[in-house]
Design a protein around this ligand. Structure first.
Ligand SMILES: C[S@@+](CC[C@H](N)C(=O)[O-])C[C@H]1O[C@@H](n2cnc3c(N)ncnc32)[C@H](O)[C@@H]1O
Length: 465
C-alpha cells in the first residue's frame, strides 16, 4: 500500500468513505478529511459567489462533499466573504499580473484567510493549498500558489500594515457601503462595521405557548448548554453562549423554541395583533415572524410569499411549532391575484430589502450587492406598500419592516409613503443598529385614519399623468 502512487491512495480514501466528492460536476480526488479538500471546496463555492450565486446556492453545488469537508469549507467560505476586500488587497500586491484562473484566485483568498486564522499551522496551510491548486489547475499553478503564499508570510508585517491603512481592506465592506454608513451614521458607523464583521450570535425565541424564556433557559442548562436571557424582562429571547446545531436544542423538533434574532422578535411585539384578528403577513417566508405572531395570539392569518420554495418553509415551521395559518404563494404587489376582498385588521410588510443590517449572517451580500440595488429595492418596497394599504381596514395597523440600514429603504421610504397617503399616520418608528446582541432592523408602525386619501396628490397625478 505504501508503495502506491499518492494520487491512487487519495482516490482510494474517497472510495472507502463511500463518496466521490464533487462540486458543479467536478470531482475532487483529495483525501476527504484533509485541509486541501476543504480549501478546494471552499474555492469552488467562492467561484460560485463571484459568478453571482448566493453562498447557500454555491455551497449547495458542492453536492457530494463529505460532511467534515463541507463544514470546514463552509467555515472558510464564510470567513473569506466576511473579510471583503482584505485578501484582494493583498493579492494585488503579491501577484505580478492579475490571475486569469478564477479557482486559483479563490483558493489563494481561502488560503490567506486560513493563514491568518490558524497562525499555529501556517506551513501546513501552504502545503495543503498547493495540493488543492494541483487538483484545481494541474501542476503549473502549484508553484505560483506556493510562491504567493510564502511571499505573503515573508512580507506579512508590511502587507498587514498597508492593509490597515486602506479603508476597504481595513473595514471589510465595499467602499460605497462604507460611505453610506458614514453619511447616515457618523457616530455609529464604526461599531456597525465591527458588528457586521463578527460572527453572529445564536439567539432563540422561546415558544410562548409552551413556556417562558426563563423556563426554556432551565431546559438549556439541564442539557448542558450555557445561555442567558436577552432583551426586556418577560420577553421571549435567549442567547446561547456558543452556536449549536438546532438538533442539539431541547424540544426543537417539538416546537418549544425557534432560532430568531432579538431585533426580528420586535416585529410581533410592535404589531401586537390580538386574538381573533385577521392578519396579513405579506412577505412571510420562511415564517419566523409569522410563527411569532401566532405564538402570541390566535389569529386568522394569511402568510403570503412570492417564492414558492421559500413559502414551503413557512408550512414546515408552522407544522413544527404546531401553529396554523393559510399559506399562499403570491405577489404582494398584485393583491387581485390572491386577496378575497376581506379587509385586514393588521398587516406585516417585512419587505425584500438590501439586507445590509444582517450582513454578518449573510456575508456574501458584501460581494453580491451593488449600490444600484438599493434604489431598485426602494422602488419594489414602495410598490408593495401602495398595493397593501387599501387592504387594511380603517383604524387598522401596518408594520413596515426592513433589515436594512440605508435610508431610502427606511425613513425615506416611509416619509414618501406618508406624503402619498393622507390617511396614514405614523405611530412608532424604531431603528435597531447591528451590535453584539442583535442584527440591524428598521420598523415603522402606521395606522389607517378614517380620512379619505389625499385628493390633492391624486388629482395632481391625474393632471400630469
Ligand atoms: C425579509 S424576507 C421575509 C422574512 C420573514 N418575514 C421572516 O421573518 O421569516 C422577505 C421575503 O419577501 C419575499 N418577497 C419578495 N418579493 C415579494 C413580493 N413581491 N411579494 C411577496 N413576497 C415577496 C421573499 O421571497 C422573502 O421571503
Amino acid at each position: 500500500m505504501s508503495s502506491l502512487p499518492r494520487k491512487f491512495k487519495i482516490i482510494k480514501a474517497a472510495a472507502v468513505a463511500g463518496m466521490s466528492p464533487r462540486t458543479g460536476g467536478k470531482t475532487c480526488t483529495l483525501a476527504p478529511d484533509s485541509l486541501a479538500c476543504s480549501l478546494w471546496f471552499a474555492a469552488q463555492a467562492l467561484v460560485g459567489v463571484s459568478g453571482g450565486k448566493n453562498l447557500t446556492e454555491a455551497l449547495a453545488a458542492v453536492t457530494d462533499a463529505p460532511p467534515a469537508a463541507r463544514a470546514a469549507a463552509q467555515d472558510i467560505a464564510y470567513g473569506v466573504l466576511r473579510r471583503y476586500g482584505w485578501a484582494e488587497f493583498l493579492l494585488v500586491r503579491l501577484l505580478r499580473t492579475p490571475l486569469s484562473h478564477a479557482g486559483i484566485e479563490a483558493l489563494l483568498r481561502a488560503a490567506l484567510y486560513r493563514l491568518e486564522t490558524r497562525p499555529d499551522a501556517r506551513h501546513t496551510v501552504v502545503d495543503q493549498a498547493v495540493q488543492a491548486a494541483g487538483e484545481l489547475a494541474g501542476s503549473p499553478l502549484k508553484g505560483l500558489v506556493n510562491g504567493v503564499l510564502r511571499n505573503y508570510l515573508r512580507q506579512r508585517d508590511m502587507l498587514l500594515a498597508a492593509a490597515a491603512c486602506d479603508e476597504v481592506a481595513k473595514n471589510w465592506h465595499p467602499r460605497w457601503w462604507l460611505q453610506r454608513l458614514q453619511r447616515r451614521w457618523p457616530a455609529q458607523w464604526e461599531s456597525i462595521v465591527a458588528a457586521d464583521n463578527a460572527p453572529p450570535p445564536m439567539t432563540l425565541r422561546a415558544n410562548g405557548r409552551r413556556g417562558t424564556a426563563a423556563s426554556y433557559l432551565a431546559r438549556l442548562q439541564a442539557a448542558g448548554l450555557t445561555a442567558h436571557l436577552l432583551g426586556k424582562a418577560g420577553g421571549s429571547a435567549l442567547r446561547l453562549e456558543r452556536p449549536v446545531p438546532v438538533d442539539a436544542l431541547p424540544g426543537f423538533f417539538e416546537g418549544e423554541v425557534s432560532v430568531q434574532d432579538l431585533g426580528a422578535q420586535r416585529a410581533a411585539e410592535l404589531l401586537a395583533p390580538t386574538a381573533g384578528m385577521r392578519v396579513l403577513d405579506a412577505c412571510a417566508a420562511p415564517g419566523g415572524k409569522t410563527s411569532h405572531l401566532l405564538e402570541r395570539a390566535d389569529l386568522d392569518l394569511l402568510a403570503l410569499d412570492a417564492d414558492s420554495t421559500r413559502a414551503a418553509r413557512i408550512t414546515d415551521n408552522l407544522r413544527r411549532l404546531q401553529l396554523s395559518a393559510e399559506v399562499c404563494v403570491g405577489d404582494a404587489a398584485h393583491p387581485a391575484d390572491w386577496w378575497d376582498g376581506r379587509a385586514f385588521d393588521a398587516i406585516l410588510a417585512d419587505v425584500p430589502c438590501s439586507a445590509s443590517g444582517v450582513v454578518r449572517r449573510h456575508p456574501d451580500i458584501k460581494a453580491l450587492r451593488r449600490e444600484s440595488d438599493v434604489r431598485r429595492f426602494a422602488r419594489e418596497q414602495a410598490t408593495i406598500l401602495d398595493a397593501l394599504w387599501p387592504l387594511l381596514r380603517p383604524a387598522g395597523r401596518l408594520l413596515y419592516a426592513t433589515c436594512s440600514l440605508f435610508e431610502e429603504e427606511n425613513k425615506g421610504q416611509v416619509d414618501a409613503f406618508l406624503y402619498r397617503h393622507a390617511d396614514a399616520r405614523q405611530l412608532a418608528e424604531e431603528y435597531w443598529l447591528p451590535c453584539p446582541e442583535n442584527d440591524g432592523f428598521y420598523y415603522a408602525l402606521l395606522e389607517k385614519q378614517h380620512a379619505p386619501e389625499n385628493q390633492g396628490v391624486q388629482e395632481g397625478a391625474r393632471e400630469t399623468g
